[in-house]
Design a protein around this ligand. Sequence first.
Ligand code: ADP
Ligand code: ASP
Ligand code: MG
Length: 411
Amino acid sequence: MALIVQKFGGTSVGTVERIEQVAEKVKKFREAGDDIVVVVSAMSGETNRLIGLAKQIMDQPIPRELDVMVSTGEQVTIALLSMALLKRGVPAVSYTGNQVRILTDSSHTKARILSIDDANIRADLKAGRVVVVAGFQGVDEHGNITTLGRGGSDTTGVALAAALKADECQIYTDVDGVYTTDPRVVPQAQRLDKITFEEMLEMASLGSKVLQIRSVEFAGKYNVPLRVLHSFQEGPGTLITLDEEESMEQPIISGIAFNRDEAKLTIRGVPDTPGVAFKILGPISAANIEVDMIVQNVSHDNTTDFTFTVHRNDYQSALEILKQTATSIGAREATGDTNIAKVSIVGVGMRSHAGVASRMFEALAKESINIQMISTSEIKVSVVIEEKYLELAVRALHTAFELDAPARQGE
Ligand code: ADP
Ligand code: ASP
Ligand code: MG
């Protein structure tokens, strides 16, 4: 008998019919003798709808109140799923994050889980009940409702699996596993049987929203066996594993990630003296704005151009700050561009292969796509390009690194 945590995402509980289907599935697992804890998201579109309501009142909703509201989405689905299970004669009970006591810090809208009290859940499992827990939400030490950031139900699932020492955490969604890239953008993308935690972490942090990055961090840290599966189709899904593949066949690149969430800022004609990077980025970080990629050029007249990227949500504030900095340090101008996208190739195989980056640049050059910025780490290369070329770039790279599904090659 195994203890399994099963997380169902928004589309999988998007209608009452689907919730009934999920209940059927959970019932089958329960009847096979496994102990089951289910984590559910809000019905698809619900979290966005709730955020939209708040934004009708204020542009920047007050985080504490926003959390009180958006957490209701998951409260609805836990109750509906429990009812659907009970209707089928499966003993079940629903809990909000607060009722379990998923204790988090107080960073509203992006809280981190500190601890989970597993006493209630264990008692229910012992009594033969399926436990249905609301994803995405927790409670801080003062009793305030918190949420874990968009896509946070994945993290609830993995954190519960870690706390309960579950045999597996299964993330059920609307695709049948982790693909070489988003299958909605590249139909030739292939499902991966396995991917390492390290690669999945890079993929998630570089924009593949199939798993929330914190869920992968948790799974890696506590060594939780994690699998991504389709909610309503049978199949092995994708196992996220610690081992690097030993076979000779290991591809150099495991996947391609991309995101449209960043914006680029440039300050030109900066006097090139020691401390310049600090003068430019100090005020940005003081405003709590995270910087991702950075490029600095030295030009011939002893001035430098400096470019960096931030999240698009922070673009306006960052540009204001940079304009002030330009005036105070005597730079020529500060400008910005939101029409950019970041494309990254990821793979542990890169460690043992030379020339991966140049192969990437060659593929982009063949499509006449201009590279604006580059950053690399041991297992990834990222480039910033003009947003309108994003899909073309992802497809070209997918082909260049021989990731296209064999049956469809040349289509
Ligand atoms: P859920 O609501 O179940 O949490 P998400 O929308 O958060 O589902 O995540 C699943 C989606 O992630 C898929 O529909 C797919 O479009 C997208 N996705 C992005 N990159 C990948 C990838 N590499 N492999 C699989 N799916 C991906
Ligand atoms: N409902 C939340 C969201 O839409 C959490 C989740 O689905 O994982 O972000
Ligand atoms: Mg998700």
